[in-house]
Design a protein around this ligand. Structure first.
Ligand code: ATP
Ligand code: MG
Length: 458
C-alpha cells in the first residue's frame, strides 16, 4: 500500500524542480513502521513540552532516518519554530550553544536533545569567494529548513505526538532504495559547505547506500575545497566518520572519492602506507565491533592507532641513529603531532590521551622490580595494554609480551610473582621478529634495560 501511495505522490511531484517545495508528502509514522515509543523518553518529553508551549516540534535528521531503517538512533535532534531563547525558557535544564547558528541543548541526565530553530536558505547568507557559507543565522520556515539539509534521507520530519511524518524531498523513496542524494544542486551545496563531501562517504558507508551519480560526480573536482575548512570542524566530522560503525568502509569510500589525498595527512598515512594499513585495519575493525556492541570508544585510543605509524617510523629512525629509546619516542611523538596539527585539530584532551598511550609502550616492556605493579595502577594502563595487543596482533612486537601482560592481569599475587620470575630480563617487546636483541642494544645507553628499541620497519 505504501509503495502505491508513494508512486502516486511521486507522480504528483514529477516536474517540480524548485528546491523549496511548498508541499511535503505527509505520511502516518505508524504506516511507515515507526512509533513514538521508539524514541527516548527525553526526545518524547522535549516534543511534548514544545507543543504544549504552542510551538512545532519535529524529530529530524539521523533519528528519524535510522528508525525508518530499523537501526538504533545514536541521538535525537528536534527542529522547531520556537527561537532559541523561547526554547531555553521552556526547559529548566537547557543551554544555548553555538556561535554560527545558535541551538539549544536540553539535558536529561546524560542524554542531550539538540533543539534547533528552522533555518533560512543559504542563498540569503554571506559566502566567501568559493561560495562557502560564512554566516547563516537567519530563521526560516520548515520548508526552507528542509531544503538546507544535506541529503534527502536526512530531511524527514517526524512528529511523534501527531504520528505524522513530513517528507519534502522524497527522502522516504530514497531511503527505501538506499540511495544517497544531495538536495538541490550538489556542486553548489559542496561549495557552500565542503564538509558535505566527507558526509557523503560517512553515510554511504554507514547506511550501505549507493551514491546517486549527480551527487557523486562533482566531488573529484571539488575535493580541494576541504583545505579551506577550519581544522576543528574537520576533526569533528572525522570523529563522526570513524565512529559511524563502518569506519573501514567509510575510509575506503573517502579514498575512492579522492577525498583523502593531500588533504588530511592523517588519511594519507592510513591509506597509503602499506606498513600502517594492517595495523589500522585491525584497529578500525576493533572499533567497528565495539560500536556494534554499543560499547564506548575512546577517541584518544582511536587517534593513537591512526597516527601510530607516523610515530613509529620516526622512533625507529632516531633509535637507528643511536638515540636512547625513550627520548627518541618522545621526540617522535612531538614531530608526528606537529605535522598533523595544521590540518586536523585534534582536541587537547584527546592529544594528551594519545601521548600517554604511546609513552607507556616502552614501559610495558619493563618487567623488573615493581615496574609492572605500578603500571597496573596507571590511569591509562588499560588503553596502553589494548594498544600493545594490537601491535602484537599485527606482528609488530613479539606476541610473548602481550600474552605475558594478559596473564599478569589475570593472575593472583603468587601467579604474578611467578610471571615476574619467568619474564625475560632483557626487554623483548618491540623487536622485529628474528632480530637479535644484541643489535638493538648498541645505542649510547644501550645496556640500559629501561626501554628497548622499536621494531625496525619491515
Ligand atoms: P548521525 O546519526 O550520524 O548523527 P545525522 O544525520 O544525525 O547522523 P548529524 O551530523 O548529527 O548527522 O546532523 C544532523 C542533521 O543536520 C542531518 O541529518 C542533516 O539534516 C543536518 N546537517 C548536518 N550537517 C549538515 C551539513 N553540513 N549540511 C546540511 N545539513 C546538515
Ligand atoms: Mg545526529
Amino acid at each position: 500500500m505504501i509503495r502505491r501511495l508513494i508512486g502516486k505522490l511521486l507522480k504528483r511531484h514529477a516536474g517540480e524542480t524548485s528546491v523549496v517545495r511548498r508541499h511535503a508528502t505527509r505520511y502516518r509514522g505508524s504506516d511507515l513502521g515507526i512509533h513514538r515509543a521508539e524514541l527516548s523518553a527525553a526526545a518524547q518529553r522535549t516534543c511534548e513540552t514544545l507543543k504544549k508551549g504552542g510551538f512545532h516540534a519535529w524529530i529530524v535528521g539521523g533519528g528519524v532516518r535510522d528508525l525508518l531503517l530499523g537501526l538504533r538512533p545514536k541521538d535525537f535532534d528536534v527542529a522547531t519554530d520556537a527561537t532559541p531563547q523561547q526554547v531555553n525558557k521552556l526547559f529548566r535544564r537547557s543551554r544555548l550553544i553555538g556561535r554560527r547558528f545558535q541551538i539549544v541543548h536540553v539535558m536529561y541526565g546524560r542524554e542531550v536533545i539538540e533543539v534547533s530553530t528552522y533555518r533560512a536558505l543559504a542563498t540569503n547568507s554571506q559566502t566567501d569567494e568559493q561560495g562557502r557559507v560564512l554566516h547563516d543565522n537567519e530563521w526560516g520556515t520548515q520548508e526552507e529548513d528542509a531544503a538546507r539539509r544535506d541529503f534527502t534521507i536526512n530531511a524527514l520530519y517526524y512528529d511523534p505526538i501527531a504520528d505524522a511524518l513530513l517528507d519534502y524531498h522524497d527522502g522516504v523513496r530514497d531511503l527505501k532504495a538506499r540511495v544517497l542524494r544531495m538536495i538541490g544542486d550538489p556542486a553548489a551545496r559542496y561549495r557552500e559547505d565542503p564538509v558535505r563531501m566527507l558526509r557523503v562517504a560517512r553515510f554511504a558507508a554507514k547506511l550501505g547506500c549507493t551514491i546517486e551519480p549527480r551527487t557523486r560526480s562533482p566531488i573529484a573536482e571539488l575535493a580541494p575545497l576541504l583545505r579551506g575548512v577550519p581544522a576543528s570542524r574537520l576533526f569533528d566530522e572525522m570523529v563522526k566518520l570513524l565512529l559511524c560503525g563502518r569506519a573501514l568502509d567509510a575510509l575506503h569510500e573517502l579514498r575512492s572519492e579522492g577525498l583523502h589525498h593531500g588533504l588530511l595527512p592523517l588519511l594519507d598515512v592510513i591509506l597509503e602506507q602499506p606498513a600502517g594499513e594492517r595495523f589500522i585495519t585491525a584497529a578500525l575493525a576493533a572499533t567497528d565491533a565495539r560500536v556494534a556492541d554499543g560499547r564506548p570508544i575512546s577517541p584518544g585510543f582511536l587517534f593513537a592507532t591512526l597516527l601510530w605509524q607516523q610515530v613509529l617510523v620516526r622512533w625507529q629512525e632516531r633509535v637507528a641513529a643511536g638515540e636512547h629509546s625513550i627520548p627518541a619516542l618522545m621526540t617522535a611523538i612531538d614531530a608526528a603531532l606537529d605535522e598533523q596539527a595544521d590540518q586536523l585539530a585534534i582536541q587537547k584532551r584527546i592529544v594528551s590521551d594519545m601521548r600517554e598511550i604511546w609513552a607507556l609502550q616502552p614501559r610495558l616492556e619493563r618487567r623488573v622490580g615493581q615496574a609492572p605493579y605500578r603500571l597496573l595502577e596507571h590511569q591509562r594502563f588499560r588503553a596502553a595494554y589494548d594498544f600493545l595487543l594490537l601491535r602484537s596482533e599485527v606482528g609488530e612486537i613479539d606476541p610473548e609480551l602481550g600474552q605475558w601482560w594478559t596473564d599478569f592481569i589475570a593472575a593472583d599475587s603468587a601467579g604474578r610473582s611467578d610471571l615476574m620470575a619467568a619474564a625475560p630480563k632483557a626487554s623483548s617487546g618491540a623487536r622485529a621478529k628474528g632480530r637479535s636483541s644484541r643489535r638493538r642494544r648498541r645505542g649510547p645507553r644501550g645496556g640500559d634495560a629501561s626501554g628497548s628499541a622499536p621494531a625496525a620497519s619491515s
